[in-house]
Design a protein around this ligand. Structure first.
Ligand code: AMP
Ligand code: ZN
Length: 480
C-alpha cells in the first residue's frame, strides 16, 4: 500500500519511501524507518495543544509499524530539560531543576499514556546530549558557519545559501522579526544562538573551545544533536507543531545540513495545525488554558470526566494539518461515537472475543488503511468505523471483529475494551463501575454456567441463603 504524506518543505503530498528502502546495499533486516518529533519542554503540565502532535505522530508511528514491521521503526521524541522557563519555574517553586523536570516528565508520560499513545523508542533528554551539541557547534565554527562573540556562539545565517527554504518566509519579514531583539554581538540580525553564557544559579557546562566561561546550549541545537545521535545525519520524517516551522525547524536544518554537508536533514517535514479552545487562542490570560490532566479529570465547568479515548477521538476527528477548535461540544460528540462503538461490541464480549487474535491488524478494514495512507486522513477513518456499526448491530461477527481491530489500531481501546466501556458510564463512582464491569463479565461467561458455579461455591461455603437465591435465578432461566 502506497503511503503519501504532506511535506511542508516541498508543499506537496509525496509518496513516502524510507531512505533505507531506497538503498539496495542495505540488508533487509538492517533497514529502519526513522522519525524524530520535537517533544515537550518540561516545566509544567502539558496542555491539550501539546497533546496534538503526540497523538498525531502516534497514529503515524502505528501506521509505519504496520507497513514496515514493528521492529523496523525508530521513533525518537526528545525532552527539552534545559530552558529559561524551567529555570524560572524551579526558582518560583523553590525546587531543584532536576526535581522539576523529572516530576513534569513523569506527569507528561502518564498523561499521554492515558491518551493511548505508545512510548517512543527513544526519549532523549537534552541535558544528556551536551557533548554532541558541542561537537556540532565546534564543527560549525570550524567550517565558518558559526562564530564566537562575547561568550556566545552564533550561527551565521548568511553562511547558508538556502536558509529559509522550509518556512519560505520572505527575507525582509525574517529580518524584521529578528530585529525585534538584536543583540549587539550579532553580525547579522538573523543570526541565532547555538551557545550562551550561564548566569549565576543557571545550569552550566564547560563551553565549546574558544570560550572560557561556562554556558548552556540554545534550543535549536538540541534537536540537531539528538536526532543525529539517535537517527543519523539524515533521516526519514521530522515532525512537530506548525509553530515550530520558523524559526526552530528552519534553524535545525541550517545547523544539521551545514555541520554534515548534506542537502537534506529529513526527507519529509510534517506539521500539525494549531489547536484553539472554543474559538479562541488558548492562553492563561483568557482563562481557556486547559491541561490534559484537567480534561482527564473534569471539564472546565467542574464535573464531567472525559476518558483518554474520548480525548483521542476528539483529536482525530479533524485532519491533523487543519486548525482544530477544541470544544465541549466536540467532546460530547466524541463520547457519543465511543459509546456507539462500545455498545455495538458489547454483545460480542463473549469469552475470547476481546483477545489479541481478534484485534490483530489483519482484520483492520482495508478502506481504513487506505484512508490513513492518504496523509493520515483520520476523519475518513472515523467515518469508516461508523459505517461498520449497522452490520455489527445486526450481529455480524466479521464486522465486530473489524471494528475492534480498527479501534485498537487507532489506539482507541488500546486499554482493554472494558476500560472504554467503564469510561462510557461517565462516573467516578467505583461501585457503579464495578457493577458495570460485572455486567460485561456476565456477558462473557455463559450466564447459566456462571450461576451454577456460583451456586456450588455458595453451597461449599454453607451460604444457604445465597445458594437459594441463585437456585431461584436459575429457575427463572428455566434450569432446575
Ligand atoms: P512546547 O512544549 O511549547 O515546545 O510544545 C511541544 C509541542 O506541542 C510542539 O510540537 C508544539 O508545536 C506543539 N504545540 C504547542 N501548542 C500547540 C497548540 N495550541 N496546538 C497544536 N500544537 C501545539
Ligand atoms: Zn526540536
Amino acid at each position: 500500500m502506497e503511503l503519501k504524506l504532506y511535506d511542508t518543505l516541498t508543499r506537496e503530498k509525496r509518496e513516502f519511501v524510507p531512505i533505507d528502502w531506497q538503498d539496495s546495499s542495505i540488508l533487509a533486516d538492517r533497514r529502519r524507518v526513522r522519525m524524530y518529533v520535537c517533544g515537550p519542554t518540561v516545566y509544567d503540565f502539558a496542555h491539550i495543544g501539546n497533546a496534538r502532535p503526540v497523538i498525531v505522530f502516534d497514529v503515524l508511528y502505528r501506521l509505519l509499524r504496520h507497513l514496515y514491521g514493528e521492529k523496523r521503526v525508530t521513533y525518537v521524541r526528545n525532552i527539552t530539560d534545559v530552558d529559561d522557563k524551567i529555570n524560572a519555574r524551579a526558582a518560583e517553586r523553590g525546587i531543584s531543576i532536576r526535581d522539576l523536570t523529572e516530576e513534569t516528565y513523569k506527569n507528561f508520560k502518564d498523561d499521554v499514556a492515558a491518551l493511548g499513545c505508545l512510548p517512543p523508542d527513544v526519549e532523549p533528554r537534552a541535558t544528556e546530549h551536551i557533548d554532541e551539541m558541542k561537537v556540532l557547534i565546534e564543527r560549525l565554527v570550524a567550517s565558518g558557519n558559526a562564530y564566537v562573540a562575547e561568550d556566545h556562539v552564533l550561527f551565521s545565517v548568511p553562511s547558508m545559501k538556502d536558509y529559509g527554504k522550509l518556512s519560505k518566509r520572505p527575507l525582509d519579514e525574517m529580518i524584521a522579526g529578528a530585529r525585534v531583539d538584536v543583540a549587539p554581538y550579532k553580525r547579522d540580525p538573523m543570526d541565532f544562538v547555538l551557545w550562551k553564557p550561564s548566569k549565576a544559579g543557571e545550569p552550566s557546562w564547560p563551553s565549546p573551545s574558544g570560550i572560557a566561561a561556562p554556558g548552556r546550549p540554545g534550543w535549536h541545537i538540541e534537536c540537531s544533536a539528538m536526532s543525529w545521535k539517535h537517527l543519523g545525519e539524515s533521516f526519514d520524517i521530522h515532525g512537530g507543531g506548525i509553530d515550530l516551522v520558523f524559526p526552530h525547524h528552519e534553524n535545525e536544518i541550517a545547523q544539521s545540513c551545514s555541520a554534515f554537508h548534506t542537502s537534506v536533514m529529513a526527507n519529509i517535514w510534517m506539521h500539525n495545525g494549531f489547536l484553539q479552545v472554543e474559538g479562541e487562542k488558548m492562553s492563561k490570560s483568557l482563562g481557556n488554558f486547559v491541561t490534559i490532566r484537567e480534561l482527564l479529570r473534569t471539564d472546565r465547568f467542574g464535573s464531567q470526566r472525559w476518558s483518554g479515548e474520548v480525548l483521542r477521538i476528539a483529536m482525530l476527528r479533524t485532519h491533523y494539518r487543519k486548525p482544530i477548535d477544541w470544544t465541549v461540544a466536540g467532546l460530547v460528540e466524541s463520547e457519543k461515537a465511543l459509546k456507539t462503538w462500545a455498545r455495538a461490541l458489547l454483545p460480542f464480549m463473549a469469552k475470547g472475543f476481546d483477545d489479541d487474535s481478534n484485534s490483530s491488524t489483519e482484520f483492520v478494514p482495508r478502506a481504513m488503511l487506505v484512508a490513513l495512507c492518504n496523509d493520515l486522513n483520520t476523519p475518513a477513518v472515523l467515518a469508516e468505523l461508523h459505517r461498520l456499526v449497522p452490520r455489527v448491530n445486526e450481529g455480524s461477527y466479521e464486522a465486530a471483529r473489524a471494528l475492534l481491530a480498527a479501534l485498537r489500531f487507532l489506539g482507541i481501546g488500546h486499554l482493554p475494551i472494558f476500560g472504554a466501556m467503564a469510561a462510557i458510564e461517565e462516573t467516578d463512582d467505583v461501585e457503579k463501575l464495578e457493577k458495570f464491569r460485572d455486567f460485561v463479565v456476565d456477558q462473557m461467561e455463559s450466564k447459566v454456567q456462571q450461576l451454577i458455579r456460583r451456586r456450588s461455591e455458595a453451597r461449599a461455603a454453607k451460604n444457604w441463603a445465597q445458594s437459594d437465591r441463585i437456585r431461584d435465578e436459575l429457575a427463572a432461566t428455566g434450569v432446575e
